[in-house]
Design a protein around this ligand. Sequence first.
Ligand SMILES: [Zn+2]
Ligand SMILES: [Zn+2]
Ligand SMILES: [Zn+2]
Length: 271
Amino acid sequence: MLGTLQDGGSPHMGCEKLCCSEPKPQDFVSSLGVVGNEKSFIFDATPDVVSQTNFLKSQAAENTLEVFLTHAHMGHYTGLMHLGREASNAQATAVYVMPKMRLFLEQNGPWSQLVTLKNITLKPLVANQSVVLEKYLKVTPIKVPHRDEYSETVGFIIQGKNKKALYIPDIDKWSKWSVAIYELIKTVDYAFLDGTFYADGELPRPMSEVPHPFVKETVELLKSLPFEDREKVYFIHLNHTNPARNPDFQGRLENKKLGFHFAKFGQSFEL
Ligand SMILES: [Zn+2]
Ligand SMILES: [Zn+2]
Ligand SMILES: [Zn+2]
């Protein structure tokens, strides 16, 4: 687990409230790292990508790094900037992308320069089609509803030798999705899910402008699952304002009793 916060991170620009008054060094934007036998992968390239890939390297120093992107919102792809000539000057780092995301990167600077200078090699993804990365590692993108201004948005199913993880950092409401999350949870071993906001009223503006399933709604939706299924859920992508960032928050403690987790930086999961 390389990061658990929403795109804007914490401290959040302009926030003078308690939520951002005591920043922790490992409060990074949502990302997963996957360590394979020969390669390592990051799911989303966040503004915190340097610290995150350094941490990942400490787990598997010899591995080459490859990248999967969910969508073109700032917390999920702008870390690519560190692959460019001004920074690490990467040599053909594989970046797996959906078709609109690919066009967005190819047709807009400064990202297009990463392509023309061959810092990155874009690898096309097709929804619901698995990419085999290693003998025991495959990844399947699944489309999810989200504010798709520049690209489509996907989540990923990451399948190792024995276990499967579901990664959905950003989605509008569960009810807008053609897939029933309730059923999907039963088919995976870990589910890292959008927990941006805890409940309605958290922002001083209409929250319908930035729709996400509230943690409260997700818990309500999933609480009739057997305990062993509820335990698979780890909330990620928490907004700086989310009260559940505080380990002593009552709602968080209650959800924990029901089996639901809030992910922590550095947690590792066997696949
Ligand atoms: Zn996001
Ligand atoms: Zn804040
Ligand atoms: Zn987004």
